[in-house]
Design a protein around this ligand. Sequence first.
Ligand SMILES: [Zn+2]
Length: 257
Amino acid sequence: MKLPQKLLNLLILIVLAGCTTEPATQQIPTPKKEGITFKNTVVSLTFDDGDVDNYLIRPILAENNIRATFYVVSGFTGSDGYMTEEQLHGLYEDGNEIGGHTLSHTKLTDVRGDELKKEVCDDRANLMAYGFEVNSFAFPYGHYDEEARQIVIECGYSNARIVTDGPDTVPPGDAYALQAMPYIVSDSDFSKMFRYVTGVEQEGGGWVIFVFHHVCDQCDQYAVDIDTFSKFASWLSNQQKNNGLIVKTIGEVISGK
Ligand SMILES: [Zn+2]
């Protein structure tokens, strides 16, 4: 078989290049530990409904110096499957935020007038009566309309989170419709959560709001298992310490603290 002259020349060049004994002055770049430096990305971890299993992550958050926002349905507090007032206080004492999520997890577009007001304002009043400063709200199922939004403002909230269209920006386009990343569900693994954060930085930065529900191993469709969460929290903590990532509660981002 006869190789065309051009290809033959190329092969000779490659072989020659391989043979050169240039001094090893070539700079070998130090590999970056995590491959990314965060300049413009803020992460908020939010947990909806006040499920009792959420309390399991209190030590994980504390160990990693991370604070999260817990949206509580005050009408369920202390009932079967939900955190008690004492557990909420534990989270709050660690610097986590307690936010409102209505009195009985009502889809706010289904109720009007006084009922709507009661769902939002009485829930906030309950949480404040527990002794919490309550500024952040999350619409159950992410459902809202102009009337619901107006009530949230009237009840004294500084912001409200929906469940789609993330990432958002800092400051957000609309503080009463904070845009979140898709729900974390039982098959959301570490790499998916990692990609939510790094992907946003690579696109120029933004506010990456995570929506968690249950914390358990496959107990629910909307669950993260504790090992996955633990791994993610430790990664976030590391990025915050070394690579410029910012992890804050919703209230902290909105108030600029
Ligand atoms: Zn909910």
